[in-house]
Design a protein around this ligand. Structure first.
Ligand code: BES
Ligand code: MN
Ligand code: ZN
Length: 499
């Protein structure tokens, strides 16, 4: 999107006017359309049902105003008495996907017609920027026959609106671009996106930015005692990596740090506890927790948020080989504790155990880890919801995060960690801990295992096994990886910034 503001001017493609239309015309904020010819024309077209007002309904109509025949694309914005910030994902998603499909590359936005009495204008246009990127994402794929990428030029009908909202649109675009970066990492095939490739490409991505990247290779991991990451990765010809990303946006309070931890299993075959031929495909997506953490820090840095973040990515490939871990093996974690591995397919909690223990060394106020950790989280909540687990985090802090998730249209629900799970992770006959027991509540067990390694530090564990990917295209974009939790975490940190 080009930012310049100009009134209608000569271009290859005639400018298309974009106008939000509510269920009832009297619901416009005052003066949303000051051109009475246009307003009357729209009213009449709506009465004749050429235009629809329900959320996300797109119509294209010819309207004569300003002494010219104009193409007008209308977008239903529904009922302002019910409309919330989250509804704007549908509104803008429907608009941009329509323009993309029709290859309309030049619009004039009548911004006032999208305002609401019940939703914050900045949030409305931040969501516009977000959806401009997110909803039109296309993976630059490996097929020989590729389409040119879609690019849209948005002119604002009012210079004043452009001046008022350009910053929040830009902020939204930053978040959208971060989501798309995470999606692209997720979409890459696992023979290309190995742990080393991930470390290298992320290092390059953040070169010349305010994010500092450091990488530990397999030998370093082994030497320094990352016994669990090493155990998971050692059966692969593509050895493991630990990637640390640091962003210091609040140097005056340099001890106020949030740690983000991501599961980066670049392929999960299950190892010797091998997955089935239907369970294995899609396991290239087992690094989406890592990708989304990388996206979060990307957006946080681009937005120059006043927070200190350290991100820890545990990248490994879970494979089978003579030297791969096998069921019954025992390994020593970075924490010094021994861990029995009855199930090599429960690899995520192993790498996250070491990564969480490592993250805790930075003395963070809060650790949040993101992982495609268990099929059981999908069984519990369905594929469209994330499960969040709380250890030692104050109720109102978690609640503010859940409120943000709701506003930005992400589904996050709490599941508990109980005494049962805390006991079960220690139910090994031969070691301090075990990565698996034969019991239900497997998402809870995994949460107890991972959070065990961060001591008493407040820790939220987010199991995104379901919503990290989607099998259906939606108003947020195509099927595939979703960048889940990037909008929630970035918006949450933004709102804390403004306090
Ligand atoms: N990566 C999987 C979890 C997963 C499954 C994510 C399906 C997305 C879709 C994880 O490593 C795994 O294999 N978990 C096992 C744990 C079990 C062996 C205790 C599972 O959930 O079946
Ligand atoms: Mn697994
Ligand atoms: Zn896995």
């Amino acid at each position: 999107m080009k930012g310049e503001n100009a009134m209608v001017k000569e271009t290859e493609q005639a400018i298309v006017h974009v106008i939000g239309v509510p269920d009832q015309f009297n619901q416009y904020v005052d003066g949303a359309i000051d051109d009475t010819t246009l307003l009357e024309a729209l009213k009449s077209l709506k009465a004749q049902k050429f235009i629809k007002g329900h959320l996300g309904a797109i119509s294209i109509v010819p309207v004569t105003f300003n002494d010219a025949q104009n193409k007008v694309v209308t977008v239903g914005i529904g009922n302002h008495n019910q409309r919330e910030q989250r509804d704007y994902l549908k509104i803008w998603g429907a608009l941009f996907q329509y323009l993309q499909k029709e290859r309309i590359t030049h619009i004039q936005l009548h911004a006032q017609t999208f305002l609401a009495k019940t939703a914050d204008a900045n949030a409305i246009f931040q969501t516009m920027g977000l959806q401009l990127e997110q909803a039109t994402y296309e993976f630059d794929n490996y097929s020989s026959d590729k389409k040119a990428p879609f690019e849209l030029t948005v002119e604002w009908s009012s210079q004043n609106d452009y001046g008022t909202y350009q910053d929040v649109v830009e902020a939204g675009r930053n978040i959208g671009q971060a989501i798309n970066y995470a999606r692209t990492l997720g979409n890459m095939p696992p023979n290309i996106l190995t742990p080393d490739y991930l470390a290298t490409t992320v290092t390059e991505h953040f070169a010349e930015t305010s994010v500092e990247v450091s990488v530990k290779d397999d030998q370093t991991l082994q030497r320094e005692g990352f016994g669990l990451i090493h155990a998971v990765g050692k059966g692969s010809v593509n050895p493991p990596r630990l990637i640390t990303l640091k962003y210091e946006g609040n140097p005056e309070q340099s001890d106020d740090v949030i740690a983000l931890v991501g599961k980066g299993i670049t392929y999960d075959s299950g190892g010797y506890s091998i997955k089935s031929k239907t369970g294995m495909p899609t396991m290239k997506f087992d690094m989406c927790g890592a990708a989304n953490v990388i996206g979060m820090i990307d957006a946080i840095a681009n937005l120059q948020l006043k927070v200190n973040v350290v991100a820890v990515i545990a990248a490994a490939e879970n494979m089978i080989a003579d030297n791969a871990m096998k069921p019954d093996d025992v390994f020593t974690a970075l924490s010094g504790e021994t861990v029995e591995v009855p199930n090599t397919d429960a690899e995520g909690r192993l790498v996250l155990g070491d990564a969480s223990f490592y993250a805790n060394q930075f003395a963070p106020k809060l650790i949040i880890d993101f992982a495609t950790l268990t099929g059981a989280a999908i069984v519990a909540l369905g594929e469209d919801k994330a499960a969040i687990f709380n250890k030692n985090v104050e109720r109102d802090v978690l609640q503010s995060l859940l409120d943000t998730a709701y506003q930005v249209d992400e589904s996050v629900y709490e599941l508990p960690i109980t005494e049962t799970e805390r006991r079960n992770i220690k139910a090994s006959d031969v070691a301090d801990l075990t990565n698996h027991v034969n019991a239900h509540g497997k998402a809870l067990f995994a949460a107890a295992f991972v959070t065990h390694f961060s001591g008493q530090t407040p820790h939220l564990h987010v199991d995104i096994a379901g919503p990290a990917t989607t099998t259906k295209a939606s108003y947020k974009g195509p099927k595939g990886p979703t960048g889940y939790m990037i909008p929630t975490i970035v918006s949450w940190l933004m709102s804390q910034n403004n306090k």
